[in-house]
Design a protein around this ligand. Structure first.
Ligand SMILES: Cc1cc2nc3c(=O)[nH]c(=O)nc-3n(C[C@H](O)[C@H](O)[C@H](O)COP(=O)(O)O)c2cc1C
Length: 246
């Protein structure tokens, strides 16, 4: 005997529904779907350039006061072995022109090593208060030493000590090793001495090639638009936009 699919089972189960009830359900469904409308969060005609909207969503997440880390993003990298890895980092800047996002880390970490082998990254923000997701993909380069120095100076002293003391992503025998290393760094500081940035710590700038903005709508009719950035022969940047089924 042929097995019924899940869909067929569900359809058979609904045989008990009266014609009146089915009609009412249908009209509730139709009005729910028409309430979804055409213009979602991104409007019926999404912008040509996604970066101002990405910045707007980022700033709205900041001002919502709903997050300890409104700028947290999951960052995926993939080294020479082709195996992807992901972790959360903080996005420290979104730049509209040329389009880029910036984060800081230890260049000798796993992500740092993988980006050295394959300078491409993908990042995703999730802002649940607004039911929004933003995906960004691109090619990565290190920030300049001056930029990394400037950002390093803004960090609290304890974070700067941590950057020097922690061999990020390396195995350590226990937390005591880490604490001892941090105490050594702190103990070696003369009164009032500035802690300068170690060379193995700094920023990455992801030159954005692709953006996808996703905004939840009723009945899984989510708003989803992707943009791909291409350089024309004259070096002019052009965004190609596609609306994508959710
Ligand atoms: C909310 C949050 C923010 C973080 N921000 C950073 C960051 O900005 N830079 C960083 O190197 N690690 C950050 N981390 C730690 C990383 O997730 C990760 O543990 C570390 O960078 C080592 O990753 P890797 O071994 O894959 O290189 C953060 C973790 C969390 C949970």
């Amino acid at each position: 005997m042929m097995q019924k699919s899940e869909h067929e089972e569900a359809a058979a189960g609904s045989g008990a529904v009266s014609a009146g009830q089915a009609g009412r359900e249908r009209s509730v469904l139709m009005s729910a779907l028409s309430a979804v409308g055409l213009g979602g969060d991104l409007g019926s005609e999404p912008p040509i350039d996604p970066m101002p909207t990405l910045v707007k969503w980022f700033e709205e997440a900041r001002s919502s006061g709903r997050y300890d880390d409104f700028n947290a993003m999951t960052l995926a990298t993939c080294g020479a072995d082709g195996a992807p890895s992901a972790r959360v980092v903080l996005c420290k800047a979104i730049e509209e022109e040329p389009p880029a996002i910036v984060f800081y880390t230890n260049y000798k970490s796993r992500k740092g090593r993988e980006l050295g082998e394959n300078p491409r990254a993908a990042a995703v923000f999730h802002w649940p208060h607004a039911k929004r997701q933003a995906r960004v993909e691109g090619v990565v380069e290190r920030t300049t030493a001056e930029e990394s120095d400037a950002y390093f100076r803004t960090r609290p002293l304890i974070s700067r000590i941590g950057a020097l003391a922690s061999p990020q992503s390396q195995p350590i025998s226990g937390r005591d090793v880490l604490v001892a290393s941090a105490l050594r760094v702190a103990g070696g500081l003369a009164f009032g001495q500035e802690l300068t940035r170690p060379e193995h710590w700094g920023g990455f700038r992801v030159r954005v090639r692709r953006v996808e903005l996703w905004s939840a709508r009723e009945g899984r009719m989510h708003d989803r638009v992707s943009w791909e950035c291409a350089e024309s022969g004259s070096g002019k940047r052009e965004w190609r936009l596609s609306r994508i089924a959710p």
